[in-house]
Design a protein around this ligand. Sequence first.
Ligand code: GTP
Ligand code: MG
Length: 210
Amino acid sequence: MKILSAEFVTSAAAGGRADGIPADRLAHIAFAGRSNVGKSTLLNALARRKIARTSAAPGKTRLANIYRLNVEGGPGGPGTWGVYFVDLPGYGYARGGGDSAAELAAVAKAYFEAGSGSERTNRATLLLIDSRHPGLESDTQAARWLDAFGGGRQVVATKIDKLSRSERVRNLKELERIFGCAPLPVSAAGGEGLDELWRLIARVARDQRP
Ligand code: GTP
Ligand code: MG
């Protein structure tokens, strides 16, 4: 698989209108999760170049940033195909806790609503969860909020390189129990799980070609 290009397309601000969101037939893969969970880093690892800004300080990405990738080959066979990656702002950053579902809603509602009720776009949401911290209230709230939109979510367990073998087994099991589906363990640092994630992305993105 070759990534021919990966480019920034547009930003959608919190509470803003959905005007600039691309409305062609390409699939959208949204990256959702707590601030600092590793959304932008994972996006860059998949794109194999640094297109999204990352930071050790949480709350870096305050806009939904949309990128377009053009890919040749890969899962699903030969041919050129495209997909949008959507780096959603992280939730759970506001001091004093707060309602993470409301926070996610504030920034992501326009984005999610822009595609609902229309057949134009295949989409999937990757709900990123720090594999060291399964079961945080903010993450279960966000999962419930996403489920209300339908369209499917895949739980991705990030920073798996930081866990010992026994923690890994325990935490992945815990995530499956809480979210009702097997999480996909990934490490943007070590590369684990990236091929499997590309397979998932290709399934969503390449299914709907006319
Ligand atoms: P916001 O934009 O604030 O919502 O954060 P984000 O989810 O985009 O997180 P970001 O990608 O900026 O990563 C946060 C920190 O986690 C950075 O210091 C990354 O280097 C680190 N990080 C991300 N992925 C991994 C990983 O797979 N392994 C390890 N060890 N560190 C990671
Ligand atoms: Mg980010």
